[in-house]
Design a protein around this ligand. Sequence first.
Ligand code: PLP
Length: 229
Amino acid sequence: MSVSENIKKIKTELDTAGVELIAISKTKTPAEIMEAYEAGQRIFGENQVQEMADKYEVLPKDIEWHLVGHLQSNKVKYIAPFVSMIHSVDSLKLLQEINRQALKNNRVIDCLLQVYIADEDTKYGLDHAETIELLRSEEFQELKNVRIAGLMGIATNTDSELIISEEFKDLAVFFAGLKQSFFRKDDGFSELSMGMSSDYRLAIAQGSTMVRIGSTIFGERVIKHWRAN
Ligand SMILES: *Cc1c(COP(=O)(O)O)cnc(C)c1O
């Protein structure tokens, strides 16, 4: 099927569930992204700062760009003027830098805290204790140009639907607890970004509000990065 057929099909499914589609366009060309855009998609996710900034330059300005990959503090400045949401905040230090760059651009940037849920040796994400420590800290309270809109998690890469569902369920329970403890007066803490091509239906069953889907829309990724020149 074509990109536009894939978008329409998956949109219909997600609209029924009330879940937002983040179309993960990493490695894909602006022409491929335009095919999804013309099918009505406006939210795209990338995992590389340079690639996202290059695509922002050449693509329509009503696209909302979400960063879903690991972000180094020294690169925040390249996306701070336009990024809609950063899904991969995994330290207070990074959040402070996002706040600093958002202030420079006179913006408030929506962020998700990436929580480590997989039974794997991945490098990124906060554990539960670190997440709570961050939200409790005075340093965090002082940040006025970032808004914590929710949590993001990546499940273990396994064939076991049981393991994946348990990990998503744990994240959903943790999310509800944090909302109750830290965000009671503020309904801005409302997004649970979980689910990719292989596991988004399991994620939705556990309460996901945003799914990050790449290969099901655009096909397999065959190159490492798209570059403007
Ligand atoms: C690439 C990526 C996705 C999408 O993966 P697919 O399996 O192609 O749907 C989702 N989330 C993150 C963080 C990614 O890097």
